[in-house]
Write a protein that binds this ligand. Structure first.
Ligand code: NVA
Length: 228
């Protein structure tokens, strides 16, 4: 793929790969890159992560939630941390499946406004709260989700963000504020001791490794769906 590196236009790469492959899964930074591939490819293009969205992760996450609770009724999903790609996709999926979602983030790190608008267009009266108030965000939460504070490509901002996000660590204190049967989720890889403690990852409520396994099943299902 050195031709991509040296700047071959996406419209060329997309059409060549379309003649070699059945499906393209692309993990990149800019959402516009993947949209350009989708525009020119004649085969399905899967968003395997961009700065804006991480839909394949959400597919596995919602599968995991459904597996744990049996349905999406009365699920309150609280995401703590950066309003990033993972948070954005959880919002879209919550709108699709009728899950109540709270995003608990420091001021200035809210999810994308375009995503919020899209989600509200998907579902009228969508139950979505974006807040920096822990009591509001944790009220009735039965799914508690976190992700890294600095995503891939944000390495330079790490020191600064670690400072700003102090207090947003999913730790024993936070766990005490949620229902006994609430589940803990993280898309991995995690920075233990930063966004989540070692104890919480290892606690009985943590479904993090079921969630990791479900990436395999969900992505196989997606491929099956696209290729049949
Ligand atoms: N928000 C993270 C997710 C990693 C699976 C990132 O983009 O790096």
């Amino acid at each position: 793929l050195t031709q991509i590196e040296r700047g071959e236009p996406i419209k060329d790469t997309a059409r060549v790969l379309s003649r070699y492959c059945d499906v393209l899964a692309i993990r990149t930074f800019k959402q516009s890159t993947i949209e350009e591939y989708a525009r020119w490819a004649s085969i399905p293009v899967i968003n395997a992560l961009t700065d804006l969205e991480h839909p394949c992760q959400s597919l596995a996450d919602f599968f995991t939630i459904r597996e744990e609770f049996g349905s999406f009724d009365n699920i309150v999903l609280t995401f703590i941390g950066d309003g990033n790609n993972v948070a954005n996709s959880l919002i879209i999926f919550s709108a699709i499946f009728g899950v109540k979602i709270r995003i608990l983030c420091p001021k200035g790190f809210e999810p994308s406004p375009a995503i919020l608008t899209r989600a509200r267009d998907i579902r009228k009266n969508f139950d979505l709260i974006v807040t920096d108030d822990f009591n509001i965000a944790l009220k009735d939460a039965n799914v508690l989700y976190t992700d890294v504070w600095s995503s891939m490509g944000q390495e330079k901002e790490k020191a600064n963000k670690d400072n700003i996000f102090k207090g947003f660590t999913v730790d024993e204190n936070i766990i005490r504020k949620i229902a006994d049967n609430a589940i803990i989720m993280h898309c991995l890889p995690a920075y233990r001791g930063k966004e989540i403690t070692d104890e919480v990852i290892e606690c009985a409520n943590s479904k993090i490794f079921n969630q990791a396994e479900n990436r395999l099943h969900a992505q196989q299902a997606l491929l099956y769906f696209l290729l049949n």
